[in-house]
Design a protein around this ligand. Structure first.
Ligand code: ADP
Ligand code: MG
Length: 718
């Protein structure tokens, strides 16, 4: 079967010519299938007595997958020509180009490949240069391409663009059949189209005059080829059909296109002789270098990301307990985001059991393929109504890639729905999936939207603190939380708002009532959050982040003692922790002294407490490695031991060090199977003060005592 794509500017006469070609081919006994690929969906009308047929896209929208049949979208028309219309969305909504892809997919799934055919004619709109309309140019579709143009510049411009598309989908075989001139009657028409064709390395295969018979035939719902088979237009249609048959029989050569460059197009527009091409003629391009294997391919090299911005924004809002979250996008996105992040995970950490089904406060517009064509605004509106009916005071609306790509008017829909629900606040975050970045970027976009809820007119109060951070894992065990509460109470303080974790809209609104704002750690992400809050509220965070381990803790206690006017409380606590720490170190050093330790992490929280602790226990730290950050804005360790760190420390470096440095203990946040005498301990995020630190030291000690073989199996530490 030969597949021929007929391309040209809208209204140039593609459908009329395609239908005439189809009839001409059918009249010689050929089996022909014509597929209209123009949202105008009138390609096959002349083959169906002027009637229109159900389009594939309308069919896909209304008939569920299990009930679809090929016969419903392929109708037999004049002279037995099989007719299909792709259809498309309303102008300005959705993505018509995506519709072409879906049409082809649907036809294939319904078995169109098995039809007994000699020719398939694709009648395709050519002014649109998006990828969807280029699909018929792909190798598996068009074997031959016909360009319909008049002598008008814009028509030739569109034809030139199609040639560029054709060059980009080079299959290694020439595919350009030729140019059909459909005359409009402009000055010098035939000469300029012939000059254009020649410059592009092809030829004019037919010249169709402007002829009133076309209108006449159209009124009768027929082709000129049927009504006036001996007319000039019919003979020209036959000439095109002849050329197609010759190509099918291998008797006519196709050519590679040489699309005109900008200078050449300028000559064409000006009616001057067309100059020679300035640069290289576009050749087939190989776009990948498949065999180039790099030893080190990190996310920052490859540009891959852990997850998308929509996911990040959703995670930010999921830290609030009373917000409804509407994800505008496919259900699968919500499924992945909802089960792995959000409140359910927080609950697990706190209560150590699954209490709440994941995603209980999350909704999804559930976009599918048809939404990507017809636009998802209607579904979004329904979903927002559903969430609003639950009675949330705040609803976050977050967009995934799909509405971003097709340009859904998400803001417009939110405004409409919000007007109907004056009691509900809507927060729209146009993350557009990974179009707007990776997880942390989206988290910050969400955080910014949430910071917008803060009532900045509230006066600074006394006795309460906010905690700022994007990662609160260190406070998710009861013990760590109790310790924080205890330490704060020494200074007459208690928690006001966690920005962002386990919080509510009231907490956020009352953010400014706190006396102090503490960063939970000193990572880049936390500093970014503090910056967002500073911008919104003008408040400076406390100069030191929440401290872990003796040395940071002492410094922090002193500063807080001064700031709160309770220096003696700080002194008492410092004396107590110093005494307990010293006693602990004296007791435990014998079990650590001289042990060789490799410590490596992909976390960038402050790990000084651990380095200090190990040094106090007289351990030999033989390597301090930091794995490459997956963040786009590369995270770097913040540490007083920074000069001892190996940055960009890769797993293969670790494997080598495990051989060469012969450690007794590996402390790492990636589980590794151990060999020989080395033991494994998992790196943990832990809470404020020294209790968590000392408990961790006991854990290390226990790990060093345990055998690392269980039966025949080598085990990793738990
Ligand atoms: P397209 O499919 O490229 O959008 P159509 O085939 O629908 O264009 O043609 C647009 C209109 O132009 C139709 O009404 C058609 O009858 C008319 N038409 C096309 N070619 C000619 C011609 N050579 N002479 C007169 N009318 C023509
Ligand atoms: Mg058309």
């Amino acid at each position: 079967m030969l597949q021929v794509a007929v391309y040209g500017k809208g209204g140039i006469g593609k459908s009329t010519i395609s239908a005439n070609i189809s009839v001409s081919l059918a009249s010689r006994g050929c089996k022909v299938h014509q597929i209209g690929c123009d949202p105008k969906h009138d390609s096959t009308r002349l083959l169906m007595g002027g009637e229109s047929q159900t389009t594939v896209l309308d069919y896909v929208r209304t008939v569920p997958i299990g009930r679809r049949k090929l016969d419903d979208v392929i109708v037999k028309g004049t002279a037995g020509v099989l007719c299909t219309e792709a259809g498309g969305p309303e102008p300005g909504i959705g993505c018509a180009g995506r519709g072409i892809l879906t049409t082809f997919d649907t036809l294939r799934k319904l078995g169109a490949d098995d039809l007994d055919l000699d020719f398939r004619i694709y009648d395709v709109l050519g002014d649109v240069v998006c990828g969807g309309f280029a699909v018929p140019l792909r190798g598996e579709y068009a074997n031959a391409v016909i360009l319909v143009t008049s002598g008008e510049f814009m028509a030739m411009y569109a034809a030139n663009n199609i040639m560029k598309g054709l060059a980009n989908f080079d299959t290694g075989k020439p595919r350009l059949l030729g140019v059909v001139l459909n005359c409009r009657g402009v000055e010098n028409e035939e000469a300029s189209v012939r000059a254009f064709a020649e410059a592009a390395g092809t030829k004019v295969i037919a010249v169709i005059p402007r002829d009133g018979k076309f209108r006449e035939a159209e009124s009768a719902g027929k082709t000129v080829r049927e009504l006036y088979p001996d007319s000039v237009p019919s003979k020209q249609a036959d000439a095109i059909a002849d050329a197609i048959v010759k190509v099918a029989e291998g008797k006519m050569e196709l050519t590679y296109p040489h699309p005109l460059d900008d200078d050449q197009m300028t000559d064409l527009a000006a009616g001057r002789p067309i100059r020679a091409p300035s640069g290289e003629v576009p050749q087939a391009r190989i776009l990948c270098d498949g065999c180039q294997v790099k030893r080190r391919t990190s996310i920052k090299d490859t540009g891959m990301m852990q997850s998308c911005a929509a996911y990040g924004a959703l995670a930010a809002f999921a830290k609030m307990n009373d917000v409804g979250i509407v994800l505008h996008g496919p259900m699968s996105c919500l499924h992945l985001m909802g089960t792995t992040r959000g409140k359910a995970v927080v609950e697990q950490f706190q209560k150590h059991r699954f209490k709440v089904p994941p995603g209980y406060n999350m909704y999804c517009s559930g976009m599918d393929d048809s939404m990507s064509i017809f636009g998802g605004t209607r579904l979004l509106e329904e979903t927002l109504e559903k969430a609003a009916a639950v009675g949330y005071r705040d609803i976050a609306v977050i967009t995934t890639c799909m509405p971003g790509i097709i340009g859904d008017d998400t803001k417009g829909v939110v405004e409409t729905v919000s007007a109907r629900h004056p009691g509900t606040r809507f927060h729209t975050v146009l993350t557009d999936g990974d179009i707007n970045g990776e997880y942390t970027d989206g988290f910050m976009m969400g955080a910014k939207a949430i910071a917008g809820m803060i009532d900045v007119s509230r006066p600074r109060g006394k006795g309460m603190v906010n905690i700022i951070g994007s990662s609160f894992y260190d406070l998710h065990t009861r013990r760590h939380l109790h310790e924080l509460t205890r330490v704060l109470s020494l200074f007459g303080l208690r928690e006001n708002c966690r920005f962002l974790d386990e919080t509510t809209s009231d907490n956020i609104i009352g953010y400014c009532e706190a006396e102090f704002d503490f960063m939970i750690n000193d990572t880049r992400a936390t500093r970014e959050m503090a910056e967002i809050l500073k911008e919104r509220t003008g408040r400076e965070p406390f100069p030191l982040p929440l401290p872990i381990g003796l040395y940071d803790y002492e410094e922090w206690l002193e500063r807080l003692g001064e700031a709160t006017g309770h220096p003696e409380a700080a002194k008492v606590e410092i004396a107590d922790v110093e005494r307990r720490y010293a006693a602990f170190i004296a007791e435990h050093t014998p079990r650590f002294q001289g042990k060789r330790v490799i410590m490596t992490a992909k976390m960038y929280g402050n790990l000084d407490w651990l380095v200090d602790l190990l040094l106090d226990l007289k351990v030999d730290l033989v390597r301090l490695g930091f794995m490459p950050s997956t963040r786009k804005n590369k995270e770097r360790p913040v540490s007083r031991h920074e000069c001892s760190f190996t940055e960009d420390y890769w797993l293969e470096d670790l494997v080598r060090d495990m051989e060469e440095l012969d450690p007794d203990l590996l402390i790492c946040d990636v589980v590794m199977p151990m060999k020989g005498r080395c033991r494994f301990a998992r790196m943990q995020k832990i809470g404020i003060g020294i209790d968590a630190e000392l408990a961790y030291a006991v854990y290390l000690e226990n790990m060093m005592r345990l055998p690392n073989k269980e039966g025949w199996r080598e085990v990793a530490g738990l």
